[in-house]
Unconditional design. Structure first.
Length: 119
């Protein structure tokens, strides 16, 4: 039995690649700001990672990549707004939305956003 050689692009579509890059950027930002980061090994779930600060506070994080509605053309692109699911809200999951090198959070005034802006 021979295995056909595949490229990464054949294994992951563009949406998956963007998601992987966003998760790596989010991890980098958290580590640079002194957090320990624990990644979910499951491909599906409500949480992508858990960040722990220097005093042991835990933050459940779901990373999202910024995306826009296709029907709107540049420069008036309409961003797709993300919000935590009801189950995520119940657990206090924070959405970390990655836009290139910038990040923002939902809910906006969460403890994690306050910590990152202070550092």
């Amino acid at each position: 039995m021979s295995l056909k050689k595949s490229s990464i692009k054949e294994l992951l579509n563009e949406k998956h690649l963007k998601g992987v890059v966003s998760e790596l950027k989010a991890t980098q930002i958290l580590i640079k700001n002194g957090f320990l980061v624990f990644k979910n090994v499951s491909p599906n779930g409500m949480v992508d990672m858990i960040a722990m600060d220097e005093i042991g506070n835990l933050f459940l994080i779901d990373v999202k990549t910024i995306s826009f509605r296709k029907k709107y053309k540049m420069p008036s692109r309409k961003e797709i707004r993300r919000s935590p699911t009801p189950a995520q809200k119940k657990l206090g999951v924070i959405l970390m939305i990655v836009d290139g090198e910038k990040i923002r959070f939902s809910p906006v005034r969460c403890g994690l956003s306050k910590k990152l802006k202070c550092q």
